[in-house]
Design a protein around this ligand. Structure first.
Ligand SMILES: Nc1ncnc2c1ncn2[C@@H]1O[C@H](COP(=O)(O)OP(=O)(O)O)[C@@H](O)[C@H]1O
Ligand SMILES: Nc1nc2c(ncn2[C@H]2C[C@H](O)[C@@H](COP(=O)(O)O)O2)c(=O)[nH]1
Length: 332
């Protein structure tokens, strides 16, 4: 017979690494008075439910448990969570990079419709176009759009580039922290989360470019880099990528497609700006001459896709591209 006795436990942990790099925390739960002890394994890693410690800094220093039934529940829960963690760790994470209007969204749609094991996370452009008021939303007071930061950044780049970059970085971070959909967790193939751009292009393409063009000053650049490094180190494996797809096309092709798309905020974008962005992509993903600050990123495999090909409506080109992508994913 177990008595439902609430106990305060202190947690002691030891970190182990197993299999695919999943971190296992072997946890000892001690009753503060020392007469009850339960040893459980808690899996730590990326994007699990709330019952799991998410990262190195998550320390459960006070856990209220009831002895007996609750302990059995905890054990079952931990087993379920470990299985879930295993499924999550099977999901590969890849970003699509490339110049403005090169065709990332179009390519992403092709991937999404080609394979149920691939899930696309779009770039949060609409969030930048509709920055919302932080005041709490009610029926009487619906969420208010206060500004179009994308437009402000293009209209007054000196004033708004730093603000834009901090906001875009945070929104990309949120996107990359989204757990994979359950469909991917039960996949028997190669499940992949595909992100349109990433926290890495935020820094190594755009922020760097804005700094080099003089739209972000050296103080802002230092603050941005410090924050970026700190955040990425905190989230560690939860935001790391296993691969990058680089859609590569001449800036002139991008300029033509940008005109064809006709997004209002981009009407003042010049070919020279696309050329600077093209150079940043080439430096990072082809020449590998960009200084990177994350060890894993230096080793990330890059698939270079010739995005100058017109694949819309061309089944043969689409088929070739999809085979290239599938082979790349299988090799990650
Ligand atoms: N391979 C392609 N060939 C021709 N036009 C393309 C191709 N890919 C995209 N486009 C067109 O170019 C424009 C920009 O494409 P989009 O996917 O929105 O670019 P991005 O997401 O990179 O900004 C759209 O009008 C789209 O229809
Ligand atoms: N200054 C920055 N501009 C950015 C960044 N990310 C995207 N953008 C711009 C470029 C386009 O006008 C628009 C959407 O990009 P697409 O290539 O998807 O069309 O937003 C950024 O980090 N900094």
């Amino acid at each position: 017979m177990y008595r439902a006795l609430s106990l305060t436990f202190a947690l002691r942990s030891m970190r182990l690494t197993v299999g695919s790099g999943v971190k296992i925390k072997s946890v000892s739960l001690f009753h503060r008075t020392g007469n009850a002890k339960a040893i459980q394994s808690v899996v730590t890693g990326r994007n699990l439910g709330s019952s799991i410690c998410h990262d190195k800094s998550s320390v459960v220093d006070k856990t209220i448990l009831s002895v007996g039934t609750r302990r059995t529940c905890l054990s079952t829960q931990l087993h379920t969570d470990a299985k879930k963690m295993d499924a999550v760790s099977r999901v590969k994470r890849v970003s699509i990079e490339g110049n403005i209007a090169v065709g990332k969204s179009t390519f992403a749609q092709l991937l999404q419709s080609a394979n149920q094991d691939w899930e696309i996370a779009q770039e949060p452009v609409s969030k930048w176009q509709n920055v919302e008021s932080a005041s709490s939303q009610t029926e009487a007071n619906p969420q208010q759009t206060v500004s179009n930061l994308l437009q402000m950044m293009y209209q007054d780049s000196h004033r708004w580039s730093y603000t834009f970059q901090t906001f875009s970085c945070m929104s990309r971070l949120r996107t990359q922290l989204q757990p994979p959909p359950t469909r991917l967790l039960s996949s028997e193939g190669t499940p992949v989360q595909v992100f349109e751009r990433s926290v890495y292009s935020d820094r190594y393409i755009f922020a760097l470019n804005m700094f080099e063009l003089g739209y972000i000053n050296s103080t802002e650049w230092a603050v941005y880099q410090d924050t970026h490094t700190f955040l990425l180190e905190q989230f560690d494996r939860r935001i790391q990528l296993e691969g990058v797809i680089y859609l590569r096309a001449p800036p002139k092709t991008c300029m033509d497609r940008l005109g064809k798309r006709g997004r209002a905020e981009e009407q003042g974008v010049q070919l020279e700006y696309l050329e600077t962005l093209h150079t940043q992509h080439e430096n990072w993903l082809v020449h590998k001459s960009t200084e990177l600050h994350f060890e894993h990123l230096k080793q990330v495999p890059v698939l270079i896709v010739d995005a100058s090909l017109e694949f819309e409506g061309n089944q043969e080109v689409q088929g070739r591209l999809l085979t290239q992508v599938q082979t790349f994913f299988d090799g990650l």
